[in-house]
Design a binder for this molecule. Structure first.
Ligand SMILES: Cc1ncc(COP(=O)(O)O)c(C=O)c1O
Length: 427
């Protein structure tokens, strides 16, 4: 590119991609193949021994997936990335590279519900423990750290409430204890927030949401910030000790600032297996080309909807950080001045029954369990995703009986508001 420092929108369209050298195809081809022919036996041996980078088998690496990795690494300002089958797979491979049985990590209590399940239940089988902290109170993270803590995990913009977190302050705590800060940047996307610039060490995404952006493909990615010293403490043996499966290679020595991304690929993805399909990688790459345009519209529409809802007589409260009277507005202005995202919750004065009536009456909004689609989406957590919890548990998870979550799409704001207006009239 002629400009040494291309802008975000240019990177969203071009980073990692080039015309196909064989056919001249301008869009990145879908390399729909399981395996790649070796040049000769020595080439095959060098690839398997990690002496040379190259394609072997699509579970480990694929050229369509590689363009997606380079593009997201560029958008986040990271050193390298690894694309996988889902956001949950990205979280699994992230922790697999840095945790041993008996280790723990400290996570913000306000997270996507699926992450709370994964950390609190599924990870127990690996003997990895999660400890919960309050994202609004940095001291609660420090209080949970002990000699077996290996990382801190937060969402930059927390799902479902749409609240911004003080990334720099939590990064400072993590680094004071020699720990990496892992940030799930799914809800904000790198268009709004770039966590590595605020001290994060690893960024992960569910590509299924705003990056893919069209509600049609599952994917996840982890981005290696390239700055964390994996050897200093001796606490990350996967990275700092010889690996028996690769003839004693020490990944941090051999791969320097991309050692974490390499470990996630050659130890995690290779052996646990959650590869992204080349087709999904292509769909998500295509989605990313319009990320800046979509995010602008998502944020404009969400602000218009939140402003309208705030004055509606049947609405008790609106939790959108973009509203000037929000107690999260100062953090939003600091971390995400271009907008407050598109996902937020609000409360209905009529409680549980009003929430059910609203979701059943909306017509333009789709009632489903996803966010970050071009289409406007709605869910009433207390009657769906959080229905198994007691009312107290629902309230502390930000999913009380009155709470409705919106993911505002990129349709015309007037049509989105008209749909809410007709549905609220039935409540
Ligand atoms: C913030 C956040 N992180 C992670 C995930 C998990 O991603 P996936 O569904 O792609 O596994 C989700 C899914 O909704 C999410 O909202």
């Amino acid at each position: 590119m002629p400009n040494q420092n291309p802008g975000f929108s240019t990177l969203a369209v071009h980073a990692g991609a080039a015309p196909d050298p064989t056919t001249g195809a301008r869009a990145t081809p879908i390399y729909q193949t399981t395996s790649f022919v070796f040049e000769n036996a020595d080439h095959a041996a060098a690839l398997f021994g990690l002496q040379q980078f190259g394609n072997i088998y699509t579970r480990i690496m694929n050229p369509t997936q590689a363009v997606l990795e380079e593009r997201v690494a560029a958008l986040e300002g990271g050193a390298a990335a690894l694309a996988v089958a889902s956001g949950h797979a990205a979280q699994l491979l992230t922790f697999h590279a840095i945790m041993q049985p008996g280790d723990n990590f400290v996570a913000a209590r306000k997270l996507y519900g699926g992450s709370i399940n994964q950390f609190g239940h599924a990870f127990k089988n690996f003997d990895w423990q999660v400890r919960w902290a309050d994202p609004a109170d940095v001291s609660t993270f420090e209080a949970e750290i002990d000699g077996r803590t290996r990382a801190i995990f937060i969402e930059s913009l927390a799902n479902p409430g749409g609240t911004f977190v003080d990334i720099a302050a939590i990064a400072e705590v993590a680094h004071r204890h020699g720990l990496p800060l892992i940030v799930d940047n799914t809800m904000a996307s790198p268009y709004l927030v770039r966590p590595l610039e605020h001290g994060a060490d690893i960024v992960i995404h569910s590509l299924t949401k705003f990056l893919g952006g069209h509600g049609n493909s599952m994917g996840g990615i982890l981005v290696d910030g390239g700055t964390f010293d994996w050897s200093a403490s001796g606490n990350y043996p996967m990275l700092s000790q010889p690996r028996p499966e690769y003839a004693g290679v020490v990944l941090h020595q051999a791969f320097g600032n991309i050692a974490f991304a390499i470990a996630a690929r050659v130890l995690g993805l290779r052996d646990l297996g959650p590869a992204i399909s080349p087709f999904n990688a292509f769909m998500i790459l295509t989605g990313i080309e319009t990320l800046p345009l979509r995010m602008q519209r998502h944020c404009e529409n969400a602000l218009a909807v939140a402003t309208w809802l705030k004055d509606h007589p049947k609405v008790g409260w609106v939790g959108y950080a973009g509203l000037e009277d929000s107690n999260n507005h100062a953090l939003q202005q600091r971390y995400s001045p271009k907008g407050a995202g598109a996902v937020f919750t609000f409360g209905l004065k009529g409680g549980y029954e009003a929430g059910k009536t609203l979701v059943e009456s909306l017509q333009l909004f789709s009632h489903l369990a996803n966010i970050g689609d071009t289409r406007s989406l709605v869910i009433h957590p207390a009657s769906t995703t959080h229905r198994q919890l007691t009312e107290d548990q629902q309230v502390s998870a930000g999913a009380g009986p009155d709470v409705v979550r919106l993911s505002v799409g990129i349709e015309d704001a007037a049509d989105i508001i008209a749909d809410l207006e007709q549905a609220l009239s039935k409540v």
